[in-house]
Structures are given as C-alpha cells and as structure tokens.
Ligand binder design. Structure first.
Ligand code: AMP
Length: 398
C-alpha cells in the first residue's frame, strides 16, 4: 500500500516531528567523520522549513543503551546542521524533558530544533508508550525519514505513530521504498543480486528470499567458505561461520530447485596472513592449502560475475566480495563496482546497500553511476528478504 508522503500535506503553520537518521560516524576527537546521513535528510528538512512549519528532529547516535553518554551527544550534529541550513537550529539538552519543551515553545516557523539522542532513554528501544506520547506532543504531524531504522519497532519509529496522525514518509524514505520496492515487486529482468561480506549470519533470510526472486545470485566475501566447507572442501584458515553450517546446507539444497541460479566463486585470492604484506596467490577454490586464507574472489570469478552483471537489467548489491579495506584484496570488489556502474550506464536499475559496499562504491568514485545507494544496510536487507518493516507499516496509507 502506498504510504502518505510529505508532499501530500499542507504544512504551513504546523509543527512537524520528524525521525531522521543522524547516526553519523565520529572520529577519535568526537568530530563528525562523514556527514552523508545529515545531507541525505536535507531534502525533507528543507521541504518542511520552506513550507513555513516548525521542525522538531529526533534521531539516535551510536548505542548508548539507555544511559546518557556525553560522547554520543547529537550536539555536534546540530552544529553541522546549522552550517548546512540558512535558518536557526536549536538544540535540546534532553529528549522529552524541560530543555526540549522550553526550546520547542520558543521555536518560530521555519526554525529547527534537534532533540538529544533518543537512545539515552531505554524507553526508546523498549517502544514505551509513555515516552512515545511525550515525543508525539512535539508535533501536529509525524514524518519518518529514517529508513535505516525502519526495521526496528522503537518509540520514535512506531510508538509515536499511535499518538500522532497523519504519520507520513519523508522524501528520503520515499526514495528508498521506491527503488527497493521496484526490485522487490517488478524488477526488470534479468535481475542479479550480489551478496558479500564476512558472515552468513544475518543474511540467511535475504539469501533464501532472493533465490525465489532473482535470476542469478552471485556470492562472494568471507561467507563463501562456509558454503565450501559444506561441500567438504579444505578452506585453510579462511573465515568459516561455524554456527551457520546447517543453514548454508539448507540454502544449497534450496538452490537446487529455486528460480535463481546460485553462483559461488570458482577461484579466490589467498594469502598466508590477514595483511597487505602477506604472500598472495590466485588458486581454484579446490586448491586452498593449509595455513592460507581466501581474502578476495579470483580472476576467473571476476569474469564470470562481470558477464552476468553486464547482461542484467536490475542489480542489488550488498557486501564487499573481498577484504577491500586492504588494497591487495580490493580487486574483486572494484571489478564488481565497475561492472554495476557500467550496467547502470546502459540503463539497468541498480541498488547498493550496506555500509561496507556503500563505502566501497564511494571510495571507487562510482556513487554517481548507481541508480540508488541505500542509507539502510540492515533495513535494506530485511526489505529485500520480503519482511515488513515496522517503521513503514506504522505510516498512514495514502
Ligand atoms: P559484513 O558486515 O558481513 O557485510 O562484512 C563486511 C566485511 O567483510 C568487510 O569488512 C570485509 O573486509 C569483510 N570480508 C570480505 N571478504 C572477506 C574474506 N574473504 N575474509 C574475511 N573478511 C572478508
């Protein structure tokens, strides 16, 4: 069902309470290391302010686990936001307390107030109804623009919507739902998914669902060795997710009869240590010696994967196919990124999700050549696994 969006509402004179994802990475000195998430929220923020509404923003940052952790304060984010917006940005020292209420009461139309880190209160992750109602009191309208937390049923993503209507999707949320929704419901074909990353855990449901929906599923990254282990191959010192051996076996069995063709690498780049200085070789996956570990996909696999991506009209990519943080093992991820970008240049619909594959795409300078870069790693995986996201379900239907 289509959800009500920001553009469906007349916001003039209204108080808008908006959940955003300002969970930015901080460096050692507490400065914002990357403001991509703040910038990603700007279209919705500007839309609300330009309409003459008062805007109250709420977000989490890090995992303070219900305690006030000064290093996880959103104050640096408020300062950054103030640099990006032409109008004043206020900051509250608490979330629903006196500071927040007094700042809100002094707010003028076109002004922004950012509340302190939602997760300083355990009530947020508990989806506590009292806390939800206190949050709801800051708005006449609720907007959720935080796709990255839409798979969590928290007070700010779900609870608040029972006390405040209408509850609508922000512009970023709409873009996410449109681009991922297209892949889920009516993907142009052939549709290829590429999954990488370290572990099988956390990806089982999406792999199973993709086996029913895509035409080809390409697997890379550390997780492949768990599958090779099931095949009885020697994997040396490669990463093996021992707890996932059974599910890996189940996935391989399902792949026998599923719509999708499941493709595992034929060859890998191995090293005698997890380091850029280690000795390095390219071998078939059947020839990994003891004491060596697989850290990237090999050249034959790159050709095989590239051919599939070249012929695709829709691509979903989550997770690097090698240890791309070390240049010696970044070749596979670079080749995949370039192939996805080239397919997009030829008109394919491409979506990249997940923190690591997104940073790979950014590092490679390919971001502009991808149809959509998802801001939600876990949320995009759950969405592509066919799960309903509680934060989306809670929104008012259009
Ligand atoms: P995930 O959080 O599961 O998406 O995993 C991302 C991480 O997987 C990245 O930091 C990669 O360095 C890592 N990775 C990719 N390929 C391998 C591999 N062959 N062995 C170990 N780690 C890997």
């Amino acid at each position: 069902m289509r959800k009500m969006g920001l553009r469906d509402l007349d916001l003039a004179g209204k108080r808008v309470l908006m959940r955003v994802d300002f969970n930015v990475p901080l460096d050692k000195d507490g400065a914002i290391a990357d403001d991509t998430r703040i910038r990603a929220s700007l279209p919705s923020i500007r839309h609300v302010l330009d309409a003459g509404a008062r805007l109250v923003l709420m977000s989490h940052l890090g995992r303070p686990k219900g305690k006030v952790v000064p290093e996880m304060s959103l104050r640096p984010v408020a300062d950054r936001l103030a640099e990006l917006l032409p109008s004043p940005v206020r900051f509250a020292d608490d979330t629903v307390g006196e500071s927040a209420r007094s700042q809100a009461s002094r707010q003028k139309p076109g002004e922004t107030l950012l509340l302190e880190n939602l997760r300083f209160a355990k009530a947020e992750t508990d989806n506590d109804p009292v806390f939800s109602r206190e949050l709801a009191a800051f708005g006449d309208v609720y907007v959720n623009d935080a796709f990255g937390t839409a798979h969590r049923a928290h007070a700010s993503t779900v609870g608040v919507a029972s006390f405040l209507a209408p509850a609508c999707a922000g512009l970023l949320m709409e873009t996410e739902l449109h681009n991922l929704g297209l892949l889920l419901q009516a993907p142009p074909r052939p549709f290829t998914a590429i999954l990488g990353g370290a572990k099988v855990q956390g990806k089982v449901e999406v792999i199973e669902h993709l086996l029913d929906t895509v035409d080809t599923l390409l697997l890379g990254g550390g997780m492949i060795f768990t599958f090779f282990k099931v095949h009885g191959l020697g994997v040396g010192d490669s990463l093996v997710d021992l707890e996932s051996l059974e599910v890996a076996e189940r996935i391989l069995a399902k792949a026998e009869t599923s719509r999708a063709k499941l493709v595992l690498p034929q060859d890998v780049v191995i090293a005698d240590d997890f380091s850029g200085e280690a000795a390095r070789r390219e071998v078939l996956v059947t020839d990994i010696p003891d004491g060596w570990q697989g850290l990237d996909i090999g050249p034959r696999t790159i050709v095989r994967f590239r051919d599939t991506i070249d012929a695709s009209r829709a691509v979903f990519w989550n997770g690097p196919v090698g240890v791309f943080e070390i240049p010696a093992f970044a070749g596979g991820t670079r080749a995949i990124g370039e192939a996805v970008a080239a397919a997009t240049d030829r008109g394919a619909h491409s979506v990249v999700g997940g923190g690591d594959s997104v940073s790979a795409v950014n590092q490679l300078g390919l971001a502009d050549r991808i149809t959509h870069i998802s801001t939600g790693g876990g949320a995009s995986l759950e969405f592509m696994a066919g799960c309903r996201l509680p934060g989306v379900e809670a929104l008012t239907g259009a």
